[in-house]
Design a protein around this ligand. Structure first.
Ligand SMILES: [Zn+2]
Length: 91
């Protein structure tokens, strides 16, 4: 499993909805990937916090949005300055 596959499965992983083989693959990737480990920990922490404080049940859509914002934050930290923007430069 790679990072994008893990991201695609992350909400199901947190819900315990993955099959045993997929879950094992996810765990294996998380064990070797600091970024996905951090994303998983961050997502879990926010979901736990939300559940603790207000007993708010995050709907799947809300969780997906939360996940995307965490992923976006971790990505923008990793991208070196200008490496993306300059590729889009017009002639
Ligand atoms: Zn990863």
């Amino acid at each position: 499993m790679n990072c994008s596959e893990l991201e695609a499965h992350l909400t199901d992983f947190l819900d315990g909805q993955l099959g045993p083989a997929t879950e094992a693959a996810a765990l294996e990737h998380i064990a070797t990937c600091a970024r996905c480990e951090a994303v998983l920990a961050g997502t879990r922490a926010v979901i736990d916090l939300a559940g603790d404080v207000g007993r708010v049940e995050l709907e799947a859509a809300g969780r997906e949005r939360l996940l995307q914002s965490i992923l976006h934050a971790s990505r923008s930290r990793e991208v070196p300055d200008g490496s993306v923007g300059s590729a889009e430069r017009e002639r």
